[in-house]
Design a protein around this ligand. Structure first.
Ligand SMILES: CC(C)(COP(=O)(O)OP(=O)(O)OC[C@H]1O[C@@H](n2cnc3c(N)ncnc32)[C@H](O)[C@@H]1OP(=O)(O)O)[C@@H](O)C(=O)NCCC(=O)NCCS
Length: 158
């Protein structure tokens, strides 16, 4: 049994969030995700964006951390306001959830998703949505939380 808490990421944790985002992007390639860039300056720009998002009240990063300060998981969430052609709604977009491979299967991802949904309710979200690759086994985890499939994203090589 792993003891851990879920806490908000601190402003200065941009490098950690970028590192996790990079691991996630690489791992998603196996499920048909877009190829991750190997260009360091691109990742530098991603870090700058993430540092800004860490200070924004429209974004939230939740970290699962063990008592010995090992950051074993991360969830990224953002508030998206639907307007224009749509009835105004506040959508909580679950951007990603990632758990260190050696800590998977013991409830860390579930606790992060639970905390993300809690945060979404607290900030007045009407819905939570997410994108997941068709081949990703994480789909079953999302379904356990009550997510259902609404859109299908199609792609074709040119
Ligand atoms: C998806 C992920 C966050 C789940 O984290 P976790 O801590 O293992 O999740 P939990 O222990 O709370 O729940 C495990 C459930 O996840 C699902 N699952 C996700 N990926 C799985 C995999 N590769 N193999 C088997 N089950 C998987 C199963 O439904 C499993 O349920 P079960 O234990 O009842 O079989 C983790 O596998 C991960 O980081 N994957 C890589 C990143 C990713 O795919 N993120 C989601 C898309 S953004």
């Amino acid at each position: 049994m792993v003891e851990f808490v879920v806490r908000s990421a601190r402003h200065e944790e941009g490098d950690f969030v970028t590192e996790v985002f990079r691991l996630l992007t690489l791992e998603m390639e196996q499920y048909g995700g877009r190829e991750a860039t190997m260009n360091e300056s691109s990742w530098g720009r991603v870090t700058i964006d993430i540092r800004n998002e860490l200070k924004s009240d429209k974004s939230k990063f939740l970290i699962a951390e063990t008592a010995d300060s090992n950051r074993i998981g991360l969830a990224a969430i953002a508030i998206v306001n639907l307007r224009g052609a749509f009835t105004p709604k506040t959508i909580i977009h679950l951007r990603f959830v990632y758990v260190q491979p050696s800590f998977r299967g013991v409830g860390v991802g579930s606790k992060l998703i639970f905390a993300a949904l809690e945060w979404g309710r607290r900030v007045g979200g009407d819905y939570c949505d997410l994108n997941v690759l068709a081949e990703n086994p994480a789909r079953s985890l999302y379904k356990k939380f009550g997510f259902s499939e609404v859109t299908v994203n199609m792609i074709k090589a040119l």
